[in-house]
Ligand binder design. Structure first.
Ligand SMILES: [Zn+2]
Length: 105
């Protein structure tokens, strides 16, 4: 799990904290929705989860160019918690997780 950090530039790894359940949460600036914002000069991606995917896994498949957080934490940068999905699938999942959140609150 921690080996992922070894492959990330310090601009990213210095700002990541682990949670007990294995998430790698971004402690730097985020979008209003909580997505990590990283220097675009690193990979050409401004979103941290997309930058991490590019660094560790390479380019995203054309038809599945959206990364879904399987852990539901938008600031998580653990590549194991990201899954490439189509935009339509991501919207379906977002609707589902909104329902889950409202049940638990
Ligand atoms: Zn996570």
């Amino acid at each position: 799990m921690s080996t992922q950090l070894a492959f990330l530039p310090p601009e990213l790894s210095d700002r990541i904290t682990y949670t007990d359940d294995g998430c790698m949460l971004w402690t730097g600036p985020t979008t209003p929705k909580g997505y990590a914002l990283v220097p675009k000069s690193l990979t050409g991606e401004k979103y941290g989860h997309r930058a991490v995917w590019r660094l560790l896994r390479g380019p995203l498949p054309y038809a599945r160019d959206t990364l879904d957080h399987t852990c539901g934490r938008t600031s998580c940068l653990n590549v194991e918690h990201l899954e490439p999905v189509s935009r339509a699938e991501n919207s379906r999942r977002a609707a589902r997780s909104r329902r889950v959140r409202s049940w638990s609150s």
